[in-house]
Design a protein around this ligand. Structure first.
Ligand code: GYE
Length: 328
C-alpha cells in the first residue's frame, strides 16, 4: 500500500477526517491500496478557463488511471488554499498539486509540505518562494501571451494618431495578471500616441468587468474608446456587454477588444467579430501534470518549468466547425 493511501485510509477508518470550512469532504473506498493519492488545490470557478482546467484534473486523476483525487475548490480565497494544503499534509497524500491564486504568501505552508516530505507541483500561475520548495511548475508563459497581443495591436494601430486604451486587469498579484499587464504597459511605453484612459480590476470575471466598465462609462460620459485590453475571455464578455449597452460597436469600425484564453465561448464572440483578437492559453493542464507525477514516480529529473504553446485567433480564421471540435 502506498504511503498516502495507507495514512488516508487509516484516518478515514478512525473517523478522523477533518472538516475544513469551504472544503468538500471526500469518501475513500477501501480498495484504494495501490492508488497514488493526489491533493489538488484549485483557485475557484471564476472563468470558463478555470472550469475547463478543473475538469481536466478530474479526468486525468481518476481511479481507472491509478489515482485517488482529493479536489478542493478554494472559492477565490488564498486562506482556503492554505487550509486545503494543511489538510492534504495531515492526510499524508502522495503529491500536492497547487494552482495558486496569487504569487505571494506560500512560503510557510510549502515549508510544512517539505517537512512532511510531500512533493508539491505548481500548476498554472507561479509562486514566489525559494525554488527548492516545489518540484516544478506546469503552465503558460503569460508575458509571451501578452507580447503576442501587443505585437498584433501595434500593427493594427500603426498610423493612427491617437489610441485611447482601457485596461481590464485580472486578479491582482496573479501571474496571469502580472505577465499580461507587463506586456501592455511595455507597449504603452513604446507608443507615445496610446493613452491609457483607465486601468481597472475585473478579477477575471464577467460580472466584475461589466460592473467596472459601466461605472467608468457613467463617470466619464461614454468617451471615445479605441482599444479594450481584457486579461481573459470572461472579462471581454462583461466589458462588451457594458459597451454595447452604452451604444458602442465592438469589432471592425468600432472598439477593438482583445482578450486571452480562447475558450469555445471566447472564440465564438471572436468569430462574430465582437472580439478582434483572442490569444490562446491552454487550460487542459491535467495530462501534463500527470506526466510530471509519473516522472517523479520513475525517479526522473524534472525541468523547473513546463510551458504550454499558444497561438492567436482573429475573426476571419474561425469557423463553427473548428470551434465545435475544440476541447475547451
Ligand atoms: O486566463 C483566466 C483564469 O491563470 C491562466 O485564470 C489563468 C487565468 C485565465 O481565471 O481565465
Amino acid at each position: 500500500m502506498r504511503r498516502g493511501g495507507a495514512v488516508l485510509l487509516a484516518l478515514v477508518l478512525a473517523g478522523l477526517v477533518l472538516w475544513v470550512p469551504g472544503c468538500r469532504q471526500q469518501e475513500t473506498p477501501a480498495e484504494d491500496e495501490d492508488l497514488i493519492v493526489v491533493g489538488v488545490s484549485q483557485v475557484g470557478a471564476e472563468s470558463d478557463w478555470r472550469v475547463a482546467c478543473s475538469e481536466s484534473m478530474k479526468e486525468v486523476f481518476s481511479q481507472e488511471n491509478g489515482y485517488r483525487l482529493l479536489f478542493e475548490d478554494a472559492q477565490q480565497k488564498q486562506e482556503n488554499q492554505i487550509l486545503a494544503i494543511r489538510k492534504f499534509i495531515q492526510l499524508g497524500v502522495d503529491y500536492i498539486v497547487l494552482l495558486p491564486i496569487v504569487e505571494e504568501g506560500w512560503e510557510s505552508v510549502l515549508l510544512e509540505a517539505e517537512e512532511a516530505g510531500i512533493p508539491v507541483i505548481v500548476v498554472d500561475r507561479a509562486v514566489d518562494v525559494p525554488s527548492e520548495l516545489y518540484e516544478t511548475r506546469v503552465g503558460s508563459d503569460f508575458l509571451a501571451e501578452g507580447e503576442m497581443a501587443a505585437a498584433w495591436l501595434e500593427e493594427r494601430f500603426a498610423g493612427q494618431s491617437q489610441v485611447s486604451v482601457i485596461h481590464i486587469q485580472g486578479t491582482p498579484g496573479s501571474t496571469a495578471q502580472v505577465g499580461r499587464t507587463a506586456a501592455l504597459e511595455a507597449a504603452l511605453g513604446r507608443n507615445w500616441n496610446w493613452t491609457l484612459l483607465a486601468q481597472m480590476d475585473g478579477d477575471f470575471t464577467q460580472a466584475k468587468s461589466y460592473e467596472v466598465m459601466v461605472n467608468f462609462l457613467e463617470e466619464h460620459h461614454s468617451p471615445p474608446i479605441d482599444l479594450v485590453y481584457c486579461e481573459n475571455d470572461n472579462e471581454a464578455f462583461g466589458t462588451i456587454q457594458a459597451l454595447e449597452e452604452y451604444g458602442y460597436v465592438c469589432g471592425a469600425g468600432g472598439v477593438t477588444v482583445v482578450c486571452f484564453d480562447a475558450t469555445r465561448n471566447g472564440l465564438r464572440w471572436c468569430m462574430e467579430g465582437r472580439i478582434s483578437l483572442v490569444v490562446e492559453c491552454d487550460p487542459l493542464l491535467g495530462p501534463l501534470t500527470e506526466q510530471v507525477i509519473q516522472k517523479l514516480e520513475a525517479g526522473e529529473t524534472l525541468k523547473k518549468e513546463y510551458n504550454t504553446a499558444q497561438r492567436c485567433f482573429t475573426p476571419q480564421e474561425l469557423t463553427e466547425e473548428f470551434i465545435a471540435q475544440r476541447a475547451y
